[in-house]
Every structure is written in structure tokens, then in C-alpha cells.
Design a protein around this ligand. Structure first.
Ligand code: SAM
Length: 206
């Protein structure tokens, strides 16, 4: 069952605006140039980004490991047949062929032992010309320290760096790469040091 803190996160983010990475990813795929009108939101939480992708004409497959996230999205998109929802993990989800795979602030929690396989699955489901937009946690983020409460949030934390990320996606065309570091507060009002890499990449060949 989702903890109070996870529910607070879902409450706080359900209606937020799309982040710049998603808006940029969508701008790279105008409707007239899409062979496949399908997007996947990995770790969809309360559905803010599903809503954005729907507004831009994609059929959306959203999945999340939390039953609470899927319950919220099922209610939210109950009248929309173009939204398909699954309770699944990064590695158990069956990835349909897609033009966009979006994984913002979610692969932070991918078990290290699953990561290579998950990346292979994501790369495999994208059409040539398709976009993978994702963010990854840097080593200096508070979540990489003992201040992160694994009992309250998700227990696996995956951190990485620019060299490893660029090597992992060397077969993709990098459309945008940013490293962001700042101090701020979580939705629970706790101090947090953010260290996040955001990437938008295009699949250039099979
Ligand atoms: C910090 S939230 C980010 C949610 C949303 N993508 C956003 O940017 O607001 C992380 C999401 O990833 C989901 N998640 C955590 N571990 C997961 C896993 N192993 N497989 C799939 N989803 C997972 C969580 O349930 C949560 O909804």
C-alpha cells in the first residue's frame, strides 16, 4: 500500500504542468511525422504526463509499480479508451511499439540489476526516429545518501553520471542533455539536494 508520503507526492503532482523535457520531446514529433502514435509513460504516478501526451494526440500506455498510481489514473482516464494502464515494474511491463518513451523521475528507482535489461526493452520498443526522454539521478542527490528514507518511498535507488549515461546511449542521437544541481524542498517540505541528469534522445537506427 502506498505510504502517506507517496500519496502526498501523487496529490501534489497530479495537476502539475509538463516539464520542459516532455514538451521538447513532443515538439520533436509533430503529428504529421509520426508513424506510430503511441507513447509510454514509465512510472506514471497520478497521470499528469499521460494527460499532456493525450492533449498532443498520442495513445498512451502508462504503467507504475504502485497500485495507488494505477487506481488514480484508472479513475482519471475512465472515459478515455486511448489510455491503457498497467500495474507493472520497469522490467515486467510489456513494451508496445512506441514513438515516445518517457521516464521522468522514475528510473531513479530501477533496481541496478534490472537496468541493462530495461534499457534494452525500451530501445527495442521505439521506432526508428522515436524519442526516449528520461531523467536519472546523480551521485550527489540526497536520495543517494543515508538521509533518504527507503521505508517511506521506493527502496531501490539507482545513481549514475554523465560518462556512464552517454556511453549507454551512444547509439542514440542526443537532442538535449542537462545536468541540474540545486537545493530545495520536497513536497513534504524536507530539505533536498537535487542532482539530476535529463536526456532527450532520438533512435537513429535499428
Ligand atoms: C518520483 S515518482 C515520478 C512520477 C512521474 N513520472 C513524475 O515525473 O512526476 C516515481 C514513480 O515511479 C514509480 N516507480 C518506482 N519504482 C518503480 C518500478 N520498479 N517500476 C515502475 N514504476 C516504479 C513510483 O511508484 C512513482 O509513481
Amino acid at each position: 500500500m502506498a505510504t502517506k508520503e507517496i500519496n502526498q507526492y501523487y496529490d501534489a503532482t497530479a495537476s502539475r504542468e509538463a516539464r520542459v523535457g516532455l514538451a521538447f520531446a513532443v515538439s520533436l514529433l509533430p503529428k504529421s511525422e509520426r508513424n506510430v502514435n503511441v507513447a509510454i509513460d514509465c512510472g506514471c504516478a497520478a497521470g499528469a504526463d499521460i494527460a499532456y501526451l493525450r492533449q498532443h494526440g498520442f495513445s498512451v500506455y502508462g504503467y507504475d509499480v504502485e497500485a495507488e498510481a494505477i487506481a488514480r489514473c484508472t479513475q482519471r482516464f475512465r472515459n478515455d479508451v486511448e489510455v491503457s494502464l498497467t500495474q507493472a515494474s520497469f522490467n515486467s511491463f510489456s513494451y508496445p511499439t512506441a514513438s515516445i518513451v518517457y521516464a521522468d523521475a522514475s528510473l531513479f528507482f530501477c533496481p541496478k540489476s534490472d537496468f541493462d535489461e530495461v534499457v534494452t526493452k525500451i530501445k527495442g520498443c521505439l521506432v526508428v526516429g522515436g524519442i526516449f526522454a528520461a531523467s536519472f539521478l546523480g551521485h550527489r542527490d540526497t536520495m543517494a545518501t543515508s538521509d533518504y528514507d527507503q521505508d517511506v518511498f521506493w527502496s531501490d535507488v539507482l545513481t549514475t553520471d554523465e560518462t556512464a549515461l552517454k556511453a549507454k546511449f551512444a547509439d542514440y542521437e542526443m537532442m538535449k542533455f542537462t545536468e541540474h544541481e540545486s537545493d530545495g524542498l520536497t513536497v513534504q517540505g524536507q530539505p533536498h539536494h537535487w542532482h539530476i541528469f535529463s536526456m532527450v534522445m532520438r533512435k537513429v537506427n535499428h
